[in-house]
Design a protein around this ligand. Structure first.
Ligand code: ADP
Ligand code: ADP
Ligand code: ZN
Length: 212
């Protein structure tokens, strides 16, 4: 099962992708998480990506596509994966389609989580991230058991630099200009499923389970 998550930043892609990955026993691959762990480790890739991420801009396709291709060819991906945050541009989607078609494969489902921009601002302002294990919380909608401490690994939670209101605005503009067209792309491919992302996390997941 190869699944692509679509939706604005903050729509709940990561939250749902983790649940799908667990339910289906396949890896959750978040390009944002891969970039953030490279930044944390101080790699060359991390340095290149950080400049774009801090601005709320996309990391160029030349960097992103190669990184994702390497990841999906690792052995844990042989039975499928959930992609979260990739593709984010039409050229990225085309590269993925092309790479898969070489071995007669294709994306089985693209799940678009729909949330209006007004709600997105609220979600990202309250998002708290664990940069150690990648877990995500929300101050109101999904608080950790202990304030500002990750339930899974005990590290401190942070407000990501790119979740500050000025950057969120840019990221939403980037989403509408570059990523939104992917909905039509996957609809044309016959694999698009739209879910109402304004419901609570369990309800959204129930809808996705039905689709899968
Ligand atoms: P969110 O979960 O809020 O949608 P991500 O963690 O997916 O955010 O991404 C954070 C940032 O990482 C993006 O704003 C962008 O700068 C960079 N990024 C992640 N995935 C991609 C991608 N596929 N192409 C280009 N840039 C990306
Ligand atoms: P994305 O990966 O699309 O950027 P996340 O999964 O990180 O989105 O979710 C963004 C924020 O909204 C997080 O703080 C998360 O806990 C919260 N969130 C996710 N899904 C829901 C939901 N259905 N209702 C309310 N808050 C949600
Ligand atoms: Zn953690």
């Amino acid at each position: 099962m190869k699944i692509v998550m679509l939706g604005a930043p903050g729509a709940g892609k990561g939250t749902q992708a983790k649940r799908i990955a667990e339910a289906c026993g396949i890896p959750h691959i978040s390009t944002g998480d891969i970039f953030r762990s490279n930044i944390k480790a101080g790699t060359e890739l991390g340095k290149q990506a950080k400049a774009f991420m801090d601005q709320g801009a996309l990391v160029p396709d030349e960097i992103t596509v190669g990184m994702l291709m390497d990841r999906i060819h690792e052995t844990d991906c042989k039975d499928g994966y959930v992609l979260d945050g990739f593709p984010r541009t039409i050229p990225q989607a085309e590269s993925l389609t092309e790479a898969l078609s070489r071995t007669g494969e294709a994306i089985d489902a693209a799940i678009d989580i729909e949330v209006p921009d007004e709600d997105i601002v609220l979600r990202m302002g309250g998002r708290r991230a664990c940069l150690h294990c990648g877990a995500t919380y929300h101050t109101c909608f999904h608080p950790p058991r202990l304030e500002n401490i990750c339930d899974h690994c005990g590290h401190e939670l942070v407000l990501r630099d790119d979740d500050k209101p000025e950057t969120v605005k840019t990221r939403l503009e980037v989403y509408h200009a570059h990523t939104y067209p992917l909905i039509a792309y996957y609809r044309a491919a016959g694999v698009l499923h739209e879910v109402d992302g304004t419901k609570n996390m369990d309800q959204v997941f129930a809808e996705i389970r039905e689709i899968l």
